[in-house]
Design a protein around this ligand. Sequence first.
Ligand code: 9MR
Length: 550
Amino acid sequence: MLKKIVLCLLAALLIGGCVSEKEAVMSKTQSLKDAYADYFLIGNIVSGVNMDDVHYTILTSHHNIATAENAMKPQYLQGTKGVFTFDEADAIVNKALSQGLKFHGHTLAWHQQSPAWMNEGVSRDEAVANLTIHAKTVVEHFKGKVVSWDVLNEAVVDNPPNAEDWKVSLRQSPWLTAIGADYVEIVFKAAREADPAVKLYYNDYNLDNSNKATAVYNMVKDINERNPDVNGRPLIDGIGMQGHYNAHTNPGSVEDSLQRFISLGVEVSITELDVQCGEGGKQTDAQMTAQGLTYAALFNVFKKYAEHIGRVTMWGIDDSSSWRKEACPTMFNDALNPKPAFFAALDPDKFIAENSGSVETKEVKQSVAVYGTPDLADTAAWSQAPAIPIDRYLMAWQGASGTAKVLWDENSLYVLVNVNNAEMNKANQNAHEHDSVEIFIDENNGKTPYYEKDDAQYRVNFDNEATFNPASAAEGFESWASVSGRTYTVSLKIPFRTITAKEGDVIGFDAQINGASAQGARQSVAIWNDLSGASYQDTSGLGVLKLMKP
Ligand code: 9MR
């Protein structure tokens, strides 16, 4: 009993809770940073909410490098022109250094969390001056304290259609609009000049998407070939793969991108790793195991390329302080006890040997459509149908989300989607970048890696403009839309193309919400089931809808 109490106290000190004897002993003797001492640095984030002793003990026990989750972003360091506010960031950095951690800087230029005065409604010259002064002042301020910087964050669009040309693949960000594509080089040069010793990174999400990886590869290659010797080395030192993943992520795609970036001769780091696998802040045992298997497979990939990897940083110490707490993406639970994901990262091969085959990792969501033929403008007609949440995020930004309800009759499916938190922007020339709703249908639920003739994608924006894939899916389609403040409602009549529907039929179905930024670029994608990002060409990840009669 005494031993148990001592272990409890020890555990409370180490990981902040009264955990089992086994967990306490493991966390004392096995730390992630020690397990990976010969491979790469292990990092995590620090923010106002996790500066307390308990979180900090986990931080220092398992990690040797920290990133500020928000405090070093442009908005916080220079919200007002010329007024630099370093107090919070300094406190975070100084505490970490005093505890023996290294520090990574995040981020000098980004399209989010940056004040409008920097790059909106100003001349090119003024924008260049604002960017350069910000980068130089901040880099100089932290000189000698941070080992590397995310100089530029998320500058490339998702799934670029013309990835060979990196300049046309740049996001329509305020920096691009104000300066042009050379803003990329300008900010890296300013950072190198301010601190020639610090490593300079380009950082982005969804780099397991091969099109996006191609654009980033081409950008870094071009810039480094044109700037091979800036203070003795190429301008860009590294590429940060953020790593906001989920249990559907294919570690093979992560490996492909890693290999390509490494072939450029740059360092690669995993900079914001988390793995979504839960709902409403809860995880089943099967989800915890599936999440662990994904962490294990990813760490095995990272180990394989360790020679070229600087660090692997997790984006969140525990689920309750994570930016995606609903999806339980971290290695520690709300009580700050290590989850299976922790043990998976600690010893991937052991975890895989003990758990593979034990769970179905690709869980498919199911819901029902209720029999009825509505008038599209009569939103009350869907009241009997269950709400399908559209709240799993595919990108690193959590914008518009909502719910769908579905009715059916023999000839058509009728989908009602309510969207919250939208900008109501349709300025972009690409329809998928408008605030819009997309419905994916797989009439025979064939779950094929390509579209068959029964598969189609329907998109309607908040202004009731529709687009189709394939174009022939437009036949007989009707839609209706209504806007109220930041919410809008869309209803769609989707004629069946290959079936006459009957009770009990099961079809592949998904509903997606594209969220535009105020500048007119897609910044957020929320979906019901399919986290692959490939629903427009591959039906294997769609959810399932059963057609029911009351
Ligand atoms: O985790 C961060 C969250 O607290 C902020 O509200 C959010 C908005 O800026 O940024 C989060 O961190 C982002 C990081 O800076 C860049 N990559 C995506 C991360 C998640 O959005």
